[in-house]
Design a binder for this molecule. Structure first.
Ligand code: HEM
Length: 288
């Protein structure tokens, strides 16, 4: 019962998450608070190229993970590590996760604090945790609350859930962190026939995709489990985050537009529509 309340509270925080830097978010809050009641829903987040710019150059240019760098089921955290917004080795402290997600994606401090602390307690050593599998002894302060830290890849039904957007169900595929191309294609093809400029993976589209994936997991995974926290809060959040945090913001689309090319880039997919390839650092796997 308690975990259901926590999950519902968290779901409310996630509902309110928007992907633009916190300063712009604050401006929207002030504008919304000053707007007449009936107009509050209509206030646009606005766009400020200078304030909302997040660098992917210099110290933050993309550097592919080495064989020892940890990466896992979360494309947002993987990207942050690849661009040095959290340590490139994939193990970060609660503080680094909070500051990083807030600065890069504009995640609210309340939501980031909850998610980062939960990770440290459930998957880490109470102060830090791995965005992939178990960290080496040199990167952890010892035991966590439950056991040796396992990272979020080793967190099935504790943090990692079934029916994820692109990651396979653990008991169906034997791992919960690799992208399954069939699942990615099911999502990608929801904008089939559209050019990059026309495409937008928005919330209504992602809601339909989640319903489809949920039923697919029920049909194909004999051990499917929709946990009170993982199923009620984490899994829906993962779908919402795709649009809220990956979409590009511009003067034309201040709320954000998530194009085919940006979606592919976040999910480490290359190639044209008819020859998509997944490039993963796990055994430098390339699959189509
Ligand atoms: C401290 C903050 C964060 C934590 C603790 C976290 C944790 C996780 C975990 C445990 C999963 C696996 C869930 C599952 O099995 O479905 C996941 C998936 C995901 N996360 Fe994050 N995440 C964080 C921030 C972000 C950010 C900033 C983004 C922005 C893009 C993001 C996007 C996603 C997406 C799209 C998935 C689903 C991946 C897929 O199956 O295709 N997350 N995250």
């Amino acid at each position: 019962m308690k975990s259901t309340f926590i999950a519902l509270g968290l779901a409310a925080l996630i509902e309110q998450s928007y992907a633009f830097p916190a300063i712009a978010e604050e401006a929207v809050r002030i504008a919304a608070a000053n707007a007449p009641e009936q107009k509050r829903q209509l206030v646009s987040p606005g766009f400020n190229a200078g304030l909302q710019y997040v660098s992917n150059k210099g110290a933050h240019k993309f550097v592919a993970p080495s064989k020892t760098d940890l990466r896992g089921p979360c494309p947002g955290l993987n990207a942050m590590a690849n661009h040095n917004y959290i340590p490139h080795n994939g193990v970060a402290t609660i503080d680094q996760f909070i500051k990083g997600t807030n600065y890069v994606f504009g995640m609210g401090l309340d939501l980031a604090t909850f998610l980062a602390t939960y990770g440290a307690v459930i998957d880490g050593d109470l102060t830090s945790w791995s965005i992939g599998g178990p960290p080496p002894a040199s990167l952890t302060n010892g035991l966590g609350l439950l056991s040796q830290p396992q990272g979020i890849s080793g967190s099935h039904n504790k943090y990692e859930s079934d029916a994820s957007p692109t990651r396979g169900d653990l008991y169906e595929y034997g791992n919960d962190y690799l992208l399954q191309m069939s699942q990615f294609k099911d999502l990608y093809n929801l904008q089939k026939g559209k050019t990059d400029a026309q495409s937008n993976y928005n919330l209504p589209l992602l809601t339909d995709f989640r319903a489809y994936r949920f039923q697919q997991s029920i049909n194909d995974n004999p051990y499917f489990f929709n946990g009170p926290f993982t199923g009620v809060a984490v899994q829906p959040a993962a779908y919402t985050f795709i649009y809220r945090f990956m979409a590009n913001h511009s003067a034309e689309y201040p709320e954000g537009r998530l194009s085919k090319s940006v979606l592919k880039s976040f999910f480490s997919i290359t190639g044209p529509d008819n020859a998509l390839k997944y490039v993963s650092r796990f055994a430098l796997l390339v699959s189509s």
